[in-house]
Design a protein around this ligand. Structure first.
Ligand code: 4NP
Length: 148
């Protein structure tokens, strides 16, 4: 287990929800002066190396956060050792992470909205085929980030 608090946000493509969550968390941690290591990844690899979707970047900017530097990647076995907390955006992501988690890994798996009052067990809907409104729903940018 790492000494520094570590948190990984995971969605399907790593170009919409999880980079928004990573950006919001990174910003909050910086403002709070917290030394945390955060990152994001996708369960799929179709967008490897791509920047966040333009709609995700636009909603992040509307929230005062720049995520243009982030690049998509796929979850790896090593992530289960490197990160104490792994936060899935939806139940499909969570089930995939549970399937991939090596037996010796101590990483705590949860869903983003488990950390929002009264919304435990709910998924952040996949906004990829939606519009800006779908990207602006409560979740990645607006839920208080879990304590790492
Ligand atoms: P994300 O959204 O999982 O929030 O990054 C998606 C991005 C791409 C695809 C699906 C969801 N896709 O099918 O390519």
């Amino acid at each position: 287990m790492a000494e520094q608090a570590t948190i990984l946000f995971v969605c399907l493509g790593n170009i919409c929800r999880s980079p928004m969550a990573e950006g919001a968390f990174r910003d909050q941690a910086r403002r709070a002066g917290l030394a945390v290591h955060s990152n994001s990844a996708g369960t799929g690899n179709w967008h490897r190396g791509a920047p966040p979707d333009a709609r995700a970047q636009a909603v992040a900017v509307m929230n005062g956060v720049d995520i243009s530097d982030l690049r998509a990647r796929q979850v790896t076995r090593e992530d289960f050792e490197r990160f104490d907390n792994i936060v899935a955006m939806d139940s499909a992501n969570l089930h995939e992470l549970q399937r991939l988690q090596p037996p010796q890994s101590r990483a705590r798996l949860s869903m983003m909205l488990d950390h929002a009052p009264g919304r435990a067990g709910e998924s952040v809907a996949d906004p990829y085929h939606g519009d800006l409104e779908d990207f602006s729903r409560p979740g990645p940018m607006s839920v208080p980030a879990p304590r790492a």
